[in-house]
Ligand binder design. Sequence first.
Ligand SMILES: C[S@@+](CC[C@H](N)C(=O)[O-])C[C@H]1O[C@@H](n2cnc3c(N)ncnc32)[C@H](O)[C@@H]1O
Length: 277
Amino acid sequence: MDAKEAEKIEIDLLLEAIYRRYGYDFRGYARSSLMRRLHHIRQKAGAGRIADLIPRVLQDEEFLRRFLLDMSVTVTEMFRDPEFFYELRTKVIPVLKTYPFVKIWHAGCATGEEVYSMAILLQEEGFYDRVQIYGTDMNAESLVTAQEGIYPQENIRKFTANYLKSGGRASFSDYYHAKYGMAKMNEGLKKNIVFTQHNLVTDESFGQMHLILCRNVLIYFDRNLQDKVLGLFGRSLGHRGFLCLGSKESLDFADNGDQFEPLVPKWRIFRKQLPEL
Ligand SMILES: C[S@@+](CC[C@H](N)C(=O)[O-])C[C@H]1O[C@@H](n2cnc3c(N)ncnc32)[C@H](O)[C@@H]1O
């Protein structure tokens, strides 16, 4: 057996150990990016082999905490892909606005920037009061940042540019207070947001949504897992609900993909199909 094959077994055993001990299930994550991250973790831990990480994760909860942080890529930004937010504002929001009450789920929201972007957009569209937003992620630490809504001020220039490109109607500076090199989002934006932990691989649907955003998350999953999560989204969306994925995420090969029809193909905005008669 060559070294590569042996390492594959070591990775399988490590992922199995984490799943059985803690319930975090990385077994269906796409292998190439998973391996990059595992090698980084191995190096940081000063371990010679991936298998050396097994006793560490099993016995050392602090090691597991850092391991989970390194396993999730939490990069995000306000109004990420401004053109996408423009399409959302002009094609999806006008439909949702006609409903008496709207539920929105940001799955894999990381540190929450997209969620605050949504709250700003809805406020500007004049119907934030009738919306409940859920921001979820498997990573509890990123959710703490999301709940605080405090971001480094050096990111504000980018956020402001994105906001303007996305069709923002006011000044981005209306939505935060700058202090000590940080920007704190206005408390009012949090009014209808709940941030809570949810794992897309192991947890079930938690209600009927009108809009689900899960951008730049499925890229880390293999095809089987992507399909499973799309099934979850199908079950979590109400009649003619909207699903938004990241620009690199396609439904082309997914068995569960045909329950969604493209609305804005370039920006991966879909709508749940009418049920077959
Ligand atoms: C690159 S970020 C995307 C953030 C945001 N949606 C965006 O597009 O800017 C990916 C997020 O997916 C989360 N994630 C990865 N696997 C997950 C899972 N099984 N369940 C829930 N969240 C997961 C990670 O913790 C990370 O915060």
